[in-house]
Design a protein around this ligand. Structure first.
Ligand code: C2E
Ligand code: CA
Ligand code: CA
Length: 819
């Protein structure tokens, strides 16, 4: 722009100097001084009308009027000096144009004035300016010079747009030339009248002003019409764009076109006040939208303005300077109802005009459809987000994880990754005992801890229930993946505070490293699953890396599940009995019924191996019923041989959810003619806490005479005081607690107080897993009434149990009973 302007300016000055050299004044009897022309030019510069058609701005003035005055009633020097000063003042003071535009417009003035002088004086020949021939010569001078001025403008258009908009030029000239003729006639008549009667000439100012006003309104009407059409088209385009990115691109490109600007920018502010703002810029030049993230900082100020503003001295400070823009306008846009963004448009493309009032109106009108489109785009993005994310935790869902793994698999060895599969072992218990809201809260907090262990490139997903997965992009090395898994396990170990309880959970993680043998997403996830199950089986709270051999094991587990189904319905389950003895007398007062599986191939399988599978598959319900039935049958068979024996049977949480449980149990007692008070049902303490249905079932059972024991007391998260209101008769103190006993005075004191508290709640106490006499002694000294453990006997088949403990044989020899 500067280059073209410079060339035009130099040419204009040269032309002017040439014209002024040796030109004589042709003025008649009225002579206007140079400053008079300055005033006239200043006025015509104020009474202007602009129009922007497509990318081009046109300015209409009454400049022919002062031009005529100068040609006819002043010297060429006075016309050029006076006109130059008047024009300069109007451009700088009134229209506040930038230097390049001021210079360009002044150069145009010089060309116009010089050409008018040359044409007019050449045609005039010997005639006087007052003659009708003189008038025609003046008219020719002004019209030629205005046409030439348009040519100069065209040079600029072609230079900046690189093309000649022929139809527009024709349209402009069709409007400009008649206007120019009209203005000239107006000026000439004014002069003529002034020659006759100067006061009457003053009256002529009125038609001049009216004419200027008419131009203005005509042009602004035309312009508004064009803008409405552009706005209409732009909203249509915005409406059609799908998704946030598309609507932002449309918004920016339309804004650039509409305001004939080089750059358009959208700033979206974060929902929370200190956060990162996102900035989308289009231009200068062609190219895609560039998105950047930055500190929100002072951008907030822009977005808070409801009305559009012109950027610059009057507007928000520093916005132009920060972007290196010459000029600009801004308006706030909203994406979700609230104000949270700003649309900025900068660097007007044409040289003659800058942003003004009309642009602000148009921009405000544009902000409406822009906001709607943005909001729609966001809504779509939200829906898409929903389709690929878990609504509870906000993590990716299975579909998104599968998609990402699939993409990485397609990329082959160039795109290495690892997958971790995490199962939260105690989630079901928390959900059953503390309720669903606490369960949900636990999942949310697990998701947060999980995410905090990862890099941004990694994907954390919730696959459903309590199963989570991670796709590690940051590393594909075994050591690193295991390190991440260990970090996750460590994060889970910290207690979770849920519904006023401190709950601890343990995770089991399976790790799979991407390798050429992985064929599909399912393949990969099932390998991770296998490794995860191995971690679980090895005692939880650990991670296991998948190895191909593990497949064999999985098959075995599947087999086991199928076998178990057969076992439960067939005759493979056995019940063994482990004695419960009095710690004071050594007398066997009862036994716990423990299930065994006589597997046709694998031999005797322990419950730790298949109870979890039975619980998972629901087989625990028929299994539990079988054990209870078998125990009752045994009890009634021992009616004579072991008349005072008491039996304990384990009941799992799942069974207590069965509505038919109470009736089932009553039916079993009735069938075998067993008195319910000779039976204790053992339930883990997890079940007791906050699971209203289970507690109701237990209360019901207890009201019919059955005793209830809390199994594994001391390993969970209940306290003695919360047991006060529960329907229970005894506590079974868990083995880990017993293991610690003999170690220190502290542990001993603890044992004493636990037993004491239990007694104060009128609860009987049975210590489990006693393996050494000293443990038994400490427990006895603490006041614990009964004990159970390998010290006395393992669980035995019914016949063996009878052989050893029938007819009340005492276990006293195992106890080093004091007294
Ligand atoms: P539990 O109810 O805590 O049963 C006690 C377990 O500790 C039994 O293991 C028993 O053999 C073992 N044990 C007893 N004394 C000692 C000892 O001094 N040292 C050691 N190391 N272990 C000892 P078992 O029979 O393998 O049963 C394991 C678990 O399986 C039981 O733990 C119980 O939770 C479950 N279970 C067994 N039978 C049934 C059943 O019929 N129904 C249900 N729902 N669960 C059952
Ligand atoms: Ca038990
Ligand atoms: Ca137990």
């Amino acid at each position: 722009m500067w280059a073209v302007t410079g060339v035009v300016a130099v040419a204009a000055v040269a032309l002017t100097v040439g014209v002024l050299h040796g030109r004589q004044s042709v003025a008649g009897q009225v002579v206007i001084p140079w400053w008079g022309l300055s005033i006239a030019y200043l006025l015509s510069g104020i009474l202007v009308a602009h129009i922007t058609v497509r990318n081009q701005a046109y300015t209409f003035t009454l400049s022919e009027v002062p031009m005529v005055l100068g040609l006819v009633a002043a010297s060429p020097t006075a016309l050029i000096t006076g006109g130059f000063i008047g024009t300069a003042l109007s451009l700088v003071l009134y229209r506040r144009q930038q230097p390049v535009k001021v210079i360009f417009n002044l150069a145009t003035f010089l060309v116009e004035a010089s050409v008018a002088i040359v044409v007019m004086q050449a045609l005039l020949g010997g005639h006087t300016v007052g003659s009708s021939f003189g008038w025609l010569a003046t008219l020719a001078g002004t019209v030629t010079s205005s046409a030439l001025a348009q040519v100069v403008v065209l040079v600029i258009v072609v230079a900046s747009a690189g093309a000649l908009p022929i139809r527009q030029v024709a349209r402009t000239l069709a409007f400009m030339l008649p206007a120019s003729v009209l203005n000239t006639i107006l000026g000439l008549s004014g002069l003529h009248v002034a020659g006759q009667d100067p006061q009457l000439a003053a009256l002529l100012l009125i038609p001049c002003v009216v004419l200027a006003a008419a131009y203005r309104s005509y042009l602004s009407e035309r312009q508004r019409h064009g803008q409405v059409r552009q706005l209409f088209e732009a909203s249509g385009a915005l409406h059609r764009s799908r998704g946030v990115d598309a609507s932002i691109a449309t918004m920016l490109s339309r804004a650039r076109d509409m305001f004939n600007a080089e750059v358009a920018e959208l700033i979206l502010l974060p929902a929370v006040s200190p956060g990162e703002a996102r900035r989308f810029t289009m231009g200068p030049g062609d190219g895609p939208v560039i998105a950047t993230t930055e500190d929100a900082g002072d951008r907030g100020e822009l977005a808070l303005r409801q009305q559009a503003v012109v950027l610059g001295p009057g507007g928000p400070p520093g916005v132009l300077a920060a972007r290196g823009w010459r000029d600009g306008i801004a308006v706030s846009v909203s994406a979700d109802g609230g104000v949270n963004g700003a649309l900025l448009i900068g660097n007007r493309r044409d040289t003659v005009s800058s942003f003004g009032r009309a642009d602000l109106d148009l921009l405000e009108a544009f902000a409406g459809p822009a906001s709607v489109s943005l909001a729609n785009g966001r809504l779509e993005a939200k829906l898409e987000h929903q389709a690929f994310h878990d609504s509870l935790t906000g993590l990716a869902n299975r579909a998104l994880l599968a998609q990402r793994i699939q993409t990485a698999l397609l990329h082959g060895p160039r795109d290495d990754f690892a997958v971790l599969l995490l199962d939260v072992d105690d989630f079901k218990t928390v959900n059953d005992t503390l309720g669903h809201p606490a369960g949900d809260q636990l999942l949310i907090e697990i998701a947060q801890r999980l995410s905090s262990c990862l890099e941004p490139a990694d994907t954390a997903a919730r696959l459903g229930g309590d199963e989570f997965a991670v796709m590690l992009r940051s590393t594909a090395r075994v050591d690193d993946a295991v390190a991440v898994a260990d970090r996750i396990l460590a994060a889970l170990r910290r207690p979770f505070n849920l519904a006023a309880w401190d709950v601890t959970v343990r995770g089991s993680i399976g790790v799979v490293i991407d390798n050429p043998s992985v064929a599909s997403v399912d393949d990969l996830l099932s390998s991770a699953d296998i490794a995860m199950y191995r971690a679980k089986a090895q005692g939880k709270d650990q991670c296991v890396v998948f190895e191909p051999l593990m497949h064999v094991e999985v098959l075995a587990r599947h087999q086991l599940r199928a076998d178990l189904e057969r076992a439960v319905s067939g005759r493979e389950l056995r019940v063994h009995y482990q004695p419960i003895v009095s710690l004071t007398t050594g007398e066997v007062i009862g036994a716990e019924a423990l299930v065994r599986w006589a597997h046709p191939v694998r031999g005797m399988v322990g419950p730790d191996e298949f109870i979890p599978i039975a619980e998972e598959s629901g087989l625990i319900v028929p299994l539990g019923r079988f054990v209870l039935d078998e125990a009752c049958r045994q009890l009634s068979a021992w009616q004579r041989t072991l008349p005072s024996l008491h039996l304990s049977v384990n009941v799992s949480a799942r069974q207590l959810q069965e509505p038919e449980l109470v009736n089932d149990v009553a039916g079993i007692f009735a069938r075998h003619g067993v008195n319910p008070n000779r039976l204790t049902l053992e339930v883990t303490e997890h079940v007791m806490v906050n699971d209203a249905r289970a507690v109701d079932a237990l209360r019901d059972l207890r009201s019919r005479g059955t005793k209830i024991a809390v199994d594994d007391f001391g390993t969970g998260y209940s306290s003695l005081s919360c047991l006060r209101d529960l329907p229970i008769d005894s506590l079974k103190i868990a083995k880990p607690f017993v293991d610690r006993l003999a170690r220190s005075d502290d542990d001993r004191a603890l044992a004493t107080s636990v037993v004491g508290l239990a007694h104060s709640l009128r609860l009987d106490t049975v210590a489990e897993g006693i393996e050494r006499p000293d443990q038994a002694e400490v427990l006895r000294a603490a006041g614990c009434r009964c004990g159970q453990g390998f010290l006395f006997s393992r669980a035995l088949p019914a016949a063996e149990f009878l052989a050893r403990f029938g007819s009340q044989k005492s276990t006293a020899p195992f106890l080093s009973l004091a007294g």
